[in-house]
Write a protein that binds this ligand. Structure first.
Ligand SMILES: Cc1ncc(C[n+]2csc(CCOP(=O)(O)OP(=O)(O)O)c2C)c(N)n1
Length: 637
């Protein structure tokens, strides 16, 4: 584990609280030198403490916060110099740049610098995106792209006479929300100033390549904003443009062109700079900058590991989000190229590497569209492709963003689309990104009426079941949603140690599956909660409590035979990673009652905001085997 007593190895005391006045649009030599020193210091600090996230295996983001340091330093000096002229908050649309917020919190005296060395660690209160009221000094919540500018418009309306800043990015500008925000800002002449880092880098690549024709400047000019574009690394020019933006009433966008990670060898201009810097490159950078103590600190960091041994599973763990891509490929491989092109279209929203679509991109580029960060539009495009019988549109992103697409899903259903969606990063496991990235409300996808066009929700439990599920439902008509987690899941075994979903297993939509029989009562579970529930069941059996386990891989279809079996059991406990308020448990009790069954009943699910970190999210929610066993004992006791 991290040595908690170590001191922050870069002297943040060297930070010089500068005061600037935007009515003076040129910098004195002294101001310029101070700004430059502050920028370098903060960039070094960001490289250092975000890399501790890489060293601990909790990931993170370096390039975005590193890039935008110059504008943040200028704002900090304005906020100090003219506090009444501004809402003094560094609102940021790109919440992954949270390192900036944490660093500014330290520089403003809200946290000790040492806290930064626990970036993204469980229970450190430094999760992957800013969360208001969680972290001292953090003044807003962010993390879903395109969700902040519209919000900042409201802040500006609430503070007439003050300028409100919003740090933006060429990634967040791709979201439709920002186009709406632009129109409102222009129509209402809101005093909103956007500082947009236009580095031509997002996660999957370069917008100029995958979205040719898209121009942040032309987009915003088209909406009627005044745009001041220039080189973000030219400090005098940047300063002058920000001053001009402040001195011009109404909405202004200051667009700052720069390569990703300027000055970081190995990352400059690369989309790998979006993610956390590798320890190797960070050491190289810090060594070159003379930060020996920072370099030495990495020797003390140990990757935390979950050492718990789960019962009922095989040795192999696999990543179902990638297995989805492999499984789609195995269907596509069997089709002719002409057939594939005519019948299948797969569209990405800048997350192909994370949600398994890259596998399809690599194997079958002829059916693949690498698109922008435009989930709503991309889902609708997939649905439109699948409007005709025999055609399938395939869409994928993180489950958190399913919440954005509910209306598009409704329209896809009303248009009788054939749409196969993969929402990876469902639930909470391994989510250092924390609460704004939890995929909790996946049942919202089943938002049609009883007589509506077919909609099915599937959450396979392991790699075998994912393959079987994709194969079984690929050509089905209707809306199909397949869920997977960020984390790997183990292969589920039967009581004899054989792979439960291996061999000639066939996935049958709508059918619940007995994983273990039991006489004391049943746990009903699915997805990545299933193997944890299985471990609990095995241990309870060892303790003499004969609890059974049911897998419910089709989440939204009642299996009447299984209901009869469960209804006559002494208790039913549902265990899931989804929101307790909207998940399976919130409806399973009604399903039992309306059939005249009344076993003892309880339901476990995600019910609290996250604790950061990786697997630690599960015990934090009481969803780990210990939490499950305790709940069972409560029910039977
Ligand atoms: C609504 C939404 N969709 C997708 C994501 C996942 N995501 C996080 S950052 C990112 C790319 C961001 O690019 P940009 O904002 O330009 O940041 P930079 O790469 O410059 O750090 C994506 C797609 C998200 N956080 N929110």
């Amino acid at each position: 584990m991290t040595i908690a007593t170590a001191t922050f190895p870069i002297d943040l005391g060297a930070y010089k609280p500068l005061t600037l006045d935007p009515s003076q649009s040129t910098l004195t030599d002294e101001q310029r030198e101070t700004l430059k020193a502050n920028i370098q210091l903060c960039r070094d600090a960001i490289v250092f403490f975000t890399a501790t996230g890489a060293a601990r295996g909790v990931g993170g983001h370096t390039g975005g916060p590193y890039d935008t340091v110059p504008e943040v330093m200028i704002l900090d000096a304005f906020f100090r110099g003219q506090p009444d002229q501004f809402v003094p908050i560094f609102f940021d649309e790109a919440g992954h740049r949270v390192a900036t917020q944490y660093l500014m919190s330290v520089l403003r005296g809200h946290m000790p610098a040492e806290q930064l060395m626990r970036y993204r660690e469980a229970d450190s209160k430094l999760p992957g995106h800013p969360e208001l009221k969680l972290t001292p000094g953090v003044e807003f919540s962010s993390g879903r792209l395109g969700h902040m500018w519209p919000y900042v418009n409201g802040v500006a309306l609430a503070h007439p006479g003050k300028a409100v800043f919003c740090l933006g990015s060429d990634g967040s500008q791709q979201e439709g929300n920002d186009a709406e925000a632009a129109r409102l800002a222009v129509a209402q002449h809101l005093n909103v100033k956007l500082l947009i880092d236009d580095n031509d880098v997002t996660i999957a690549g370069h917008p100029s390549k995958y979205l040719p024709g898209f121009s942040v400047r032309q987009t915003l000019e088209g909406h009627g904003l005044k745009v001041l574009e220039g080189d973000g690394e030219d400090l005098d020019g940047l300063y002058a443009r920000i001053c001009e933006a402040i001195n011009t009433p109404g909405p202004v966008a200051v667009i700052n062109k720069r390569p990703m990670c300027p000055g970081i060898e190995g990352l400059e201009g690369s989309n790998h700079g979006h993610d956390v810097i590798s320890v190797k490159l960070a050491l190289q950078y810090l060594e070159k900058r003379g930060h020996t103590a920072a370099v030495d600190y990495f020797n003390q960091i140990e990757k935390p590991k979950n050492t718990y041994t789960f019962l009922g599973i095989g040795e192999k763990w696999d990543s179902n989000r990638n297995v989805f891509g492999d499984a789609v490929n195995s269907v596509l491989d069997k089709m002719s190229e002409a057939d594939r092109k005519a019948k299948v279209m797969v569209i990405d929203s800048d997350l192909e590497g994370s949600c398994g679509l890259k596998k399809i991109h690599d194997a079958h580029p002829e059916v693949f569209i690498p698109s922008g960060i435009m989930e709503r539009g991309n889902l609708s495009a997939a649905a439109g492709f699948g409007m005709e019988e025999g055609k399938q549109g395939i869409f994928a992103t993180f489950a958190a963003f399913l919440e954005m697409c509910i209306s598009e899903i409704t329209m896809a259903r009303l248009n009788y689309s054939n749409l196969l969606c993969h929402f990876s990063h469902s639930g909470i496991d391994d989510m250092a990104d924390n609460t704004c990235h939890f995929g909790l409300n996946n049942f919202f996808a089943d938002n049609g009426l009883d007589d509506g066009y077919d909609t099915k929700l599937y959450f396979p439990a392991d790699a075998n079941q994912m393959k079987a599920c994709v194969e079984a439902v690929f050509f089905d008509p209707g809306l199909r949603f397949i869920f997977s987690t960020r984390s790997k899941t183990p292969i589920v075994l039967d009581s004899d140690g054989n792979e439960l979903f291996g061999g000639d297993y066939k996935f049958v939509p709508g059918k619940d599956e007995v994983i273990r029989e039991g006489t004391a009562g049943y746990i009903v579970s699915f997805g990545d909660a299933l193997y944890r529930a299985l471990d609990a069941v095995e241990r309870l059996k060892q303790d003499g409590l004969d609890v059974g386990l049911i897998n419910k891989p089709t989440l939204n279809v009642v299996d009447e035979d299984m209901m009869a079996k469960l209804g006559n059991a002494p208790f039913v406990l549902t265990v899931e990673c989804f929101n307790r308020k909207t998940g399976l448990g919130s409806r399973f009790g009604s399903w039992l009652l309306e059939r005249g069954y009344a076993p003892k009943f309880a339901y476990l699910g995600t019910h609290e905001e996250g604790c950061g970190g990786l697997w630690e999210q599960y015990p934090h929610q009481g969803l780990d085997p210990v939490g499950i066993m305790n709940k069972v004992k409560q029910l039977v006791g």
